[in-house]
Design a protein around this ligand. Structure first.
Ligand code: PLP
Length: 453
């Protein structure tokens, strides 16, 4: 049932006219002829030409953690939609949101008790900053209203998300961005000074963070937005770094907002990334994997300490945190429950840990002596391969060489979906990835890299 070339051309032209595609130019849509996805199942996506793409990216942006075409999630969504599809949280509380909130609170030992449900990652980040401001206001510190974010960080595209993201294009095009956001250095172990161990580097990053806080004035800072493991470049921090970050936040009464929109709900082989480091954030954001991408949903999860402070403030309290029409959407929450059921029943967090560990070890083995592969790193099914001009000296490729981009394009031509952020090749496959899928992904990745390098 394949489309003719003329049909595809017509759809591509209509797509350019009627649907604005972010991050991709009209010219690229034309030359790539879409590609136009028509169906997907498991870890494969099929386009209109009948090509089947092996999906190393959980749908492209890390959301499809259960893979594609899950009937159990679709059934749960159908049942909820035909029972109570949506009513406003302003008027009614609803069972699916209570059940999902209870389940999320119970995923870890951390006291992340209360979920503020929204519809996307950017909204979760924005809500998290509002919760943090409300917390400090409730404690009589309304002047604590600034946020720190880290270099190379990405936290979304709304005004707050963009203001907390190190994205030069956003920062120029959408200027002026929101006031009250300041950048601090990333913790990027591969790029640490030669003379430092990872642990010394973790300490140095933490010291630099504290110096910036003291410079700005802790009395002005509400929180720091920091992913436990920054996903874009797969920056797994040294073990001591987040412990130090936690101590520094406590010392200066600053809330740590751990943005787990990308890595949360099983991807790293734990429910949440922070669990790898024995530390607990004050607020955690989640989206993507929370519903496996079946229905849009996001959440900001706050500790009972944060919530009791906000609830306890009768003068401003919870009413000052924005509430969206789709807050705690019953159908989205029903999808979330079905996804958690599946992850638990099929031990997909354990699968992510096991399969991911194998993939990382396999890449490390294959590229151990490669002159242009500087680093292989990751946690669970979040994997990064940093390509460099000279691995011995860690010299990057010149910016204009576009090596990462070329690997990504080549993989797509080879019907494999991987991502490049600069020259860091990243994979974030679905949690349902099997060992045969993983072997196919490793060889497709190596093929694309070898064809370009
Ligand atoms: N935060 C992180 C860490 C992300 O990776 C993303 C999206 O990729 C966002 C926030 C924004 O989420 P959304 O695209 O759903 O608004």
């Amino acid at each position: 049932n394949r489309a003719s070339d003329e049909q595809i051309e017509a759809l591509v032209e209509d797509s350019i006219r009627y649907v604005w595609r972010h991050g991709v130019s009209a010219a690229a849509t034309r030359t790539g002829r879409g590609p136009l996805a028509v169906s997907a199942s498991g870890v494969y996506v099929t386009d209109m030409d009948g090509n089947e793409y092996l999906d190393g990216l959980s749908g492209g942006s890390a959301a499809a953690t259960l893979g594609h075409g899950r009937v159990d999630v679709a059934d749960a969504v159908h049942a909820q939609m035909t029972t109570l599809h949506w009513v406003s949280l302003r008027t009614f509380i609803n069972e699916p949101s209570i059940e999902l909130g209870r389940r999320l609170a119970g995923l870890t030992d951390a006291d992340l008790q209360t979920s503020f449900f929204v519809s996307s990652g950017s909204e979760a980040v924005e809500s998290a900053t509002q919760l943090a401001k409300s917390f400090h206001r409730a404690r009589g510190n309304p002047g604590k209203n600034m946020f720190l974010y880290r270099k190379t960080g990405y936290h979304g595209t709304t005004l707050v998300g963009a203001s907390a993201s190190d994205n030069a294009e956003f920062r120029t095009w959408f200027a002026p961005l929101a006031p009250g956001f300041a950048e601090v250095d990333a913790c990027y172990p591969y790029r640490r000074p030669d003379h430092m161990t990872e642990e010394e580097y973790g300490d140095a990053c933490a010291d630099a963070l504290e110096a910036t806080i003291l410079d700005i004035g802790p009395e002005r800072i509400a929180g720091i937005l920091a992913e436990a493991i920054p996903a874009a470049l797969v920056l797994v921090p040294p073990a001591n770094y987040l412990r130090r970050l936690r101590e520094i936040c406590d010392r200066h009464d600053i809330l740590w907002i751990d943005d787990e929109v990308f890595i949360g709900i099983g991807r790293t082989g734990r429910w949440f990334g922070f669990e790898h480091f024995g530390v607990t954030p004050d607020i955690v954001t989640s989206s993507k994997g929370i519903t496996g991408g079946y229905v849009p949903l996001g959440a900001a999860l706050a500790t009972s300490r944060v919530m009791e402070t906000i609830y306890g403030d009768q003068a401003s309290g919870q009413a000052k945190v924005s509430g969206h029409t789709y807050a705690a959407h019953p159908t989205a929450c029903a999808a979330g429950i079905a996804v958690l059921d599946a992850i638990e029943k099929e031990d997909l967090v354990g699968n992510a840990e096991r399969v991911g560990e194998w993939m990382i070890a396999e890449f490390a083995r294959i590229y151990a002596d490669h002159p242009r592969v500087g680093d292989v790193r990751g946690k669970g099914l979040l994997i990064g391969i940093e390509l460099v001009q000279d691995a011995a000296t860690r010299t990057p490729f010149p910016r204009e060489s576009g090596v990462g981009r070329r690997v990504m394009d080549r993989a797509m031509e080879n019907l494999f979906m991987l991502r490049a952020t600069g020259d860091v090749i990243t994979l974030f496959p679905a949690l349902v990835t099997t060992m045969p899928d993983a072997r196919a992904m490793v060889s497709a990745t190596c093929r694309a890299i070898d064809e370009v390098l």
